[in-house]
Design a protein around this ligand. Structure first.
Ligand code: GUN
Length: 275
């Protein structure tokens, strides 16, 4: 079975659009981009298309890599106060001279539609209503849509980033999965993935996950997105893994569109103070 993120994301966007039209809402989403990181430009373009599709206003704020941390903090403060903007994000990664932690902490938690503020992450950890990080929340939505159970399942998350691996582990624990988080310093990754009912990989290392590392009939979710000569590739060796997995996400068309759809849904929730 192919877990079709494109199809489900279209459903989510349609549902948000219907609510915006019915309530005649004016919602503004802003994205701050620093520099011209090529993957970031692609992601932001997809966010813009989705926002426009549902009838939100989209504001792109581009700054040069030379921007200081102080200036960027001031720009965030402007967006925190801007009545036209109900939600905004700072596209990551940021240049080295800027502390990502300081920047994310400056975003008003009520407008933090990426769910990266410590307060929102903490609320998520405690299973309180909050704006959840888009990629982890999107993965759970996709698994739920295809009725893949999580309770008591052995789930291996590969990657321990603050934006995917760590918050994903927290959401899975809140759903009573048995969670193992592996990462670049894990010894013998295959010894963990071999026992997994579900493997979720978010490393950006092409073809890291191969069929021989997996149990037959496992579920495989691929959050990787690396650019190679032949196009976009995920963390999973799709052609071999699809033969033994019971369900798998494609790249592109799996997790990526889900991330965008949840960001848009979060912006709607932020506009309604509904979290
Ligand atoms: N860079 C890669 N993924 C993301 C994301 O979901 N949000 C932001 N802000 N930056 C990213």
């Amino acid at each position: 079975m192919i877990l079709d993120g494109k199809k489900l994301s279209a459903k989510i966007l349609n549902s948000v659009k219907r609510k915006i039209v019915a309530k005649k809402l004016k919602i503004g989403l802003a994205v701050i981009i620093v520099g011209r990181h090529s993957a970031s430009l692609v992601y932001v373009h997809q966010k813009k298309l989705a926002a426009e599709k549902v009838g939100m206003r989209f504001y792109e704020k581009n700054f040069p890599t030379s921007i200081s941390e102080k200036q960027l903090l001031q720009e965030i403060e402007k967006l925190n106060r801007d009545k036209k903007i109900q939600g905004f994000i700072v596209q990551l990664p940021l240049p080295r001279q800027i502390s990502t932690r300081k920047i994310l902490e400056k975003i008003s938690p009520a407008k933090d539609v990426d769910g990266f503020h410590p307060l929102n992450l903490g609320r998520g950890l405690l299973d309180l209503s909050t704006l959840l990080p888009a990629t982890p929340a999107g993965i759970l939505r996709l698994l739920d849509f295809y009725k893949i159970p999580l309770k008591s399942k052995n789930v291996v998350v590969v990657g321990h980033s603050n934006i995917v691996g760590k918050p994903l582990a927290m959401l899975l624990i809140n759903r009573d999965a048995t969670v193992t988080v592996c990462h670049e310093f894990t010894k013998n990754l295959a010894s963990f993935t071999k026992n997994a009912d579900i493997v979720i990989s978010a490393t950006g290392v092409p073809k890291l996950i191969r069929a021989k590392m997996l149990k037959r009939n496992c579920v495989v979710v691929d959050c990787g997105c690396a650019k190679v000569d032949t196009g976009l590739v995920g963390d999973v060796d799709f052609d071999s893994v699809k033969k033994i997995a019971s369900a798998i996400t494609p790249v592109p068309g799996g997790v990526g569109p889900m991330t965008v759809a949840i960001l848009i849904e979060n912006t709607y929730f932020a506009s309604q103070n509904k979290f």
